[in-house]
Design a protein around this ligand. Structure first.
Ligand SMILES: [Zn+2]
Length: 350
């Protein structure tokens, strides 16, 4: 490899490495490293999340158990309330009955006490009658007292249940608070994990983009063209492709001063460098490996920096404009061959 070419390749490599680094990762960080870090963070975030989820499940179980307990207490209170209502009805009924009996007794016995006494055939008969009524009254009063006792008993039980519920209330409240706080931690962690997943996605895309650029760059050095040509030199097109004064002009002429750079129109491999003093002067052919070849003519040998077999990159300088061979002034004669036949270069140039 010629020294100039080596320098050129180095320069191109340097240019290329900055070119790759700049657009793909402006921060200057290595995306593979970043991805690894994100994935580690993600792993940790997942572990944390699972822990929190387990904790939340446990708290939920505890909360549900407490809620169930309070629910049972509520049921008991409701049942006691119903029992009290039922008992109250019986109690009122009995109370009424008791009072009626009292009134009846009073009217029949107490008021007519003397009359009864006098009306009795004997004192013992009076006593018997009086005793019977007394027993009836006593029995009704006992029933009434039974209802009152029942009422007191239910009320006491109900109060005990209510006290129990009251005692449970702060415990339940604390459990609810605990559950809510862990739930919010879980929400934050879920959000964090989602963010990391998004970052991972973006980093993966950055890596994919970088790898694509590297593949493209490799393609440039593999001697294969992109299929899209660039202008091989700055200048004025002084002659086009086609018939010109009775003979075929198989390329275009780009006129400019001697020493103007000539660039490879596309990436490829130099397939020919040749001197033809009576015609093309010193000329170069590049094979682009996709059916296309380009030819550059009228240069001086000393300006040509490539040799046969060299892989060139699209836009790489290969020579300078000369006025060598059958040439009426400094210009580049440029040809494009498709599958070995010359075609109009203008069809391939932007
Ligand atoms: Zn020409």
């Amino acid at each position: 490899m010629k020294r100039e070419l080596l320098v050129g390749v180095l320069a191109v490599s340097l240019a290329f490495s900055t070119w790759v680094a700049e657009p793909a990762f402006a921060t200057g960080t290595n995306p593979e490293k970043k991805l690894k870090e994100i994935q580690q963070d993600k792993k940790k975030a997942k572990t944390d999340l699972n822990k929190t989820q387990a904790e939340l499940n446990e708290k939920k179980k505890k909360l549900q158990a407490l809620e169930e307990q309070v629910g049972k207490l509520d049921e008991q209170i409701a049942s006691h309330t119903k029992k009290l209502l039922d008992n109250q009805k019986l109690l009122e009924k009995q109370d009424k009955q008791f009072k009626e009996t009292l009134v009846r007794m009073y009217q029949k016995n107490e008021l007519d006490y003397t009359a009864q006494l006098l009306a009795s055939d004997s004192f013992s008969e009076f006593l018997t009658r009086y005793e019977t009524l007394r027993v009836i009254l006593k029995r009704e009063r006992a029933i009434l007292e039974g209802y009152i006792e029942t009422k007191n008993k239910i009320e006491k039980e109900k109060a005990a249940v209510e006290a129990k519920k009251e005692k449970q209330a702060p415990i339940l409240k604390a459990a609810q608070k605990e559950y809510q706080s862990i739930k919010s931690v879980l929400a934050k962690q879920t959000n964090n994990l989602e963010k990391l997943e998004h970052q991972e996605e973006l980093t993966k895309e950055a890596i994919e983009e970088k790898n694509r650029l590297v593949r493209e760059a490799n393609g440039m050095y593999s001697g294969r063209g992109t299929g899209v040509l660039q202008w091989p030199a700055n200048g004025k097109v002084t002659s086009g492709y086609g018939w010109r004064s009775g003979r075929m002009h198989e390329g275009i002429d780009v006129a400019n001063s001697i020493g103007t750079p000539i660039y490879a129109a596309d990436s490829g491999t130099v397939s020919l460098t040749k001197s033809n003093p009576g015609g093309y002067g010193y000329y170069v052919v590049i094979n682009h490996g996709n059916g296309l070849s380009t030819l550059y003519a009228h240069m001086y040998r000393s300006t040509v920096t490539v040799s046969v077999g060299d892989k060139v990159r699209k836009g790489q300088r290969i020579a300078s404009i000369g006025n060598n061979g059958r040439s009426s002034g400094p210009h580049l004669h440029f040809e494009v061959h498709k599958n070995g036949n010359p075609v109009d270069p203008m069809k391939y140039l932007p």
